[in-house]
Design a binder for this molecule. Structure first.
Ligand SMILES: Nc1ncnc2c1ncn2[C@@H]1O[C@H](COP(=O)(O)OP(=O)(O)OP(=O)(O)O)[C@@H](O)[C@H]1O
Ligand SMILES: [Mg+2]
Length: 549
């Protein structure tokens, strides 16, 4: 390498090939001849080429799709190179995979080898699917392969993992099917309920008019009993189609399970050992207690039926967070925090065909008269109506585990929800005169009050309020007034209204702090007062308090 300068141009780097020649004189003196050949252009081109190659290689290595370059060798292919995604997809291969035959790396994938050979022979891009074992962590994977020929003897293979997508599609189809069946069942149940009401009522009329000794009495009784049983069935169908009226409350699953334990012991009999494993603290859920009991009971009874020779039924609870990493294995349950009830048995288990249909109404493997096939349909409906998820894990001969995920609520949210339940305590039917100059605030306050059942007379300033009051010839129970308004202040409006209507109660609203209002003498220290901005519940509670005070 030389640094050289042509006159008047900047210093630049040139690459020169030098040849030195030593020349020896006859008298033993020697000298050297140097011959230089400027090869800068060619060196730069080579450097550029190797940079481009490195770039290409880096991109190959980082391709997000597992990619393999194979070279044909006798009746198989040998792996020349694979990228990082390929190593992640089959970690068991490690870095030792390079140079090995496809037969060793992917045993049992002869079909894929044939497709690779076809792609090369016919010089066409071939697409196919394959299954392979991704090891204990990943399990069986399903991949979509794109095989591109690289003449004369190589193929480049992209492998896209579609396991999760295919499974999700299957789950979606299943959910759609359940939805359709649910709608049908709900419609049938609804119409049947009407018919059953008629049947039941007429059976009751008949029974009333028939002597208990009458030969027809028994027949009428049979009709009534069948009607009651049919009503039970339609109730279950309605549960499945999520058309039940829920009475949700904030529930502690540990308490629900705890209260059921004795009942379950009696119900399941002595051959079944019941074990409960309750997490010390499990987050609350919002659900209908009697329905959750029904869920647990149906699962427990199924467990018993699966253990005709006895066994163990385990009921456990825990709080579980589904984050991104666990979404992978249980993608049916979206990310979030859940309270989980698990019911497992050591019974006969079930195969894939039963598993695929078990939530369908009227699907049963039990003999005629033993099961209606509505137990799990009911469970499914209740869980869905409670915004939850149910998963099942079963191995024939080993046993079955049902997991019910219900969205956990934060303690504060639980309290908020209770407050909603207390809602009735802050309602009323009184008449309220609402004076507020700001239209948006007036509208919000008016809507809250109407929602709570009050009759509202709105006014946008003092003069309007006085006119409304004068024109209204029934009782006004309360005036709610802004404190600072153009024209009359709130205190003035209220004073003049109270002249018209002695004993009229008043609630002041203000955007100022109470201190300031008191200091400026806008409102007397004894007046009821609510600070803006206010929350709906605080506002309706304040209104109720003044009315009741
Ligand atoms: N724990 C379990 N172990 C093995 N198989 C089960 C289990 N739970 C349910 N099954 C299978 O699912 C089917 C449907 O259950 P489901 O509770 O809906 O109906 P059923 O128990 O047959 O009748 P019903 O509950 O209406 O009396 C059962 O017949 C059984 O084949
Ligand atoms: Mg059942």
């Amino acid at each position: 390498m030389l640094l050289s300068r042509t006159p008047d141009s900047p210093l630049e780097t040139r690459y020169v090939d030098l040849i030195y020649l030593r020349i020896a004189d006859a008298d033993g003196q020697s000298s050297v001849i140097a011959h230089g050949n400027d090869v800068t252009e060619s060196v730069l081109a080579t450097q550029e080429l190797s940079r481009a190659k490195q770039l290409l290689f880096d991109q190959f290595a980082k391709l997000p799709v597992p990619t393999y370059l194979w070279e044909s060798r006798e009746d198989d292919f040998v792996l020349l190179i694979s990228n990082e995604a390929a190593v992640r997809a089959a970690p068991s291969h490690g870095s030792r995979a390079i140079g090995r035959l496809s037969r060793d790396l992917f045993p049992g994938m002869d079909a894929v080898r044939e497709e690779m050979a076809t792609a090369l022979r016919d010089n066409v891009v071939v697409r196919c699917t394959a299954q392979f074992d991704g090891g204990p962590k990943l399990g069986m994977r399903r991949v979509e392969l794109t095989i591109g020929p690289q003449q004369p003897s190589r193929v480049l293979v992209h492998a896209v993992d579609t396991t999760a997508r295919i499974e999700l599609e299957a789950q979606l189809r299943q959910a759609q099917k359940m939805d359709a069946v649910g709608r049908l069942a709900g419609g049938v149940a609804h119409d049947f309920n009407n018919l059953l009401t008629v049947i039941g009522a007429h059976a009751a009329f008949l029974l009333e008019s028939l002597d208990s000794g009458d030969a027809l009495h028994e027949d009428a009784e049979a009709i009534q009993k069948a009607g009651i049983r049919a009503a039970g069935l339609t109730r279950q169908l309605l549960a499945f189609s999520r058309k039940q009226i829920l009475k949700p409350s904030v529930l502690d699953l540990n308490a629900v399970v705890g209260e059921m334990e004795n009942m379950l012991r009696r119900l399941l009999g002595e051959d079944i050992e019941i074990v409960t494993r309750l997490a010390p603290i499990v987050k609350s859920v919002i659900a209908d207690a009697s329905q959750i009991e029904q869920v647990i009971m149906n699962l427990a009874v199924n467990g018993r039926d699966a253990m005709p020779d006895g066994g163990t039924l385990t009921i456990s609870t825990q709080t579980m967070t589904i984050d991104e990493s666990s979404v992978h294995s249980q993608h049916i349950v979206p990310r979030g925090e859940y309270a989980l009830i698990e019911v497992s048995d050591t019974g006969v288990g079930m195969d894939a065909t039963v598993k695929a249909r078990l939530f369908e109404p009227f699907f049963t493997t039990k003999e005629l008269g033993k099961g209606t096939g509505l137990g799990l349909a009911t469970v499914y409906g209740v869980v869905k109506q409670s915004a939850g998820y149910i998963l099942v894990d079963s191995t024939p001969g080993k046993g079955t585990t049902f997991r019910v995920y219900l969205p956990a609520v934060e303690p504060s949210a639980a309290r908020d929800d209770l407050r909603v339940a207390e809602d009735s305590a802050v309602r009323g039917i009184e008449t309220i005169l609402l004076v507020e100059d700001e239209p948006a605030v007036r509208e919000i306050a008016r809507r809250i009050l109407i929602q709570k059942g009050y009759v509202v007379l709105p006014a946008s300033n003092g003069a309007e309020a006085l006119a409304t009051s004068a024109a209204f010839d029934s009782t006004i129970h309360l005036v709610i007034s802004d404190s600072v308004m153009p024209g009359m202040t709130g205190a003035e409006v209220v004073r003049r209204l109270q002249e018209q209507r002695p004993g009229l109660k008043a609630l002041f609203m203000s955007g100022y702090t109470d201190d300031e209002i008191l200091r400026r003498g806008i409102v007397s220290s004894t007046a009821a007062f609510i600070q803006k901005p206010f929350m709906r519940d605080d506002f309706s509670r304040a209104v109720r308090e003044v009315l009741d005070g």
